[in-house]
Design a protein around this ligand. Structure first.
Ligand code: GLN
Length: 241
């Protein structure tokens, strides 16, 4: 079996609030199941053949990092669009998520997006900061995370959110109750945390999608997540009560 190839885009710049932990979690949950896995870190000047990728991860970044990385990101526009059109699995968090849309309008600069998903982001007044609790179809228990963004994202009318906000969560824009998006095999969210160690069900959903793309019908074996679930439940109770 060829190793499952997790491609981490621009880890030196897009890696806020422990986002790299998402890649570690994907790798470890494969290793614990004896699924061969490799991580390919792609720097701004590196070339990458996305047809070899099984899961692509794009983390968050402050506006400053987004401005540094934008040209390197746009140079992969055609390749990333084809990867997503070919049912490639992609997880994008916060600043990485904002790159998937038409643009991110900061106060004085408009950063072009990849245009893979019909959505736009505009910087608003103040930041949306706090722990996040989101009800998503991808998990039978709420997804826990942490958000900190100035951009407000509005999804196009045909685009499904990742979930609906619960508790103090502000989500995509603090107004319409949506959080993140799902499009083909793309999951995007404002939740750092990092997301996947706190929500192993989301990690497994991504691994399963990636495996099934290569081996239709593939299923994951069960892992004992008692510790992860206990940590999750503590946070959920703290935030919902
Ligand atoms: N710079 C973006 C914003 O503030 C994204 C921040 C992030 O990735 N946490 O909206």
């Amino acid at each position: 079996m060829k190793p499952l190839n997790i491609v981490h885009l621009f880890p030196e710049l897009l890696n806020l609030y422990g986002d790299g932990g998402n890649v570690m979690t994907l790798r470890r949950r494969c290793e614990w199941r004896n699924i061969p896995v490799q991580v390919t870190e792609v720097g701004m000047g590196d070339s990458i053949d996305f047809s070899s990728a099984d899961i692509v991860f794009i983390g968050g970044g402050a506006d400053r990092e987004q401005l540094i990385v934008k040209d390197a990101m746009m140079s992969r526009k055609a390749d990333l669009s084809s990867y997503v059109a070919d049912a490639g699995v992609l997880l994008a968090v916060c600043g990485g998520y904002q790159f998937l849309g038409h643009h991110y309008a900061m106060d004085d600069v408009v950063v072009d997006g990849l245009g893979i998903v019909d959505m736009e982001t505009v910087r608003g007044e103040g930041r949306l900061i706090g722990n996040a609790v989101v009800q998503s179809d991808i998990s039978d228990i709420p997804v826990i995370g942490f958000e900190n963004h100035g951009g407000r994202t509005t999804l196009g009318s045909g685009v499904a959110p990742f979930g609906r906000v619960l508790a103090q969560t502000r989500g995509n824009n603090g107004e319409d109750g949506t959080e993140g998006l799902r499009y083909r095999n793309v999951i995007a969210t404002y939740s750092h945390g990092p997301l996947l160690p706190k929500n192993p069900r989301v990690a497994d959903a991504l691994i399963e999608l990636a495996l099934q793309r290569r081996y239709p019908g593939a299923q994951l074996s069960h892992l004992d997540d008692a510790l992860e679930d206990a940590a999750h439940d503590t946070m959920e109770q703290r935030l919902i009560s």
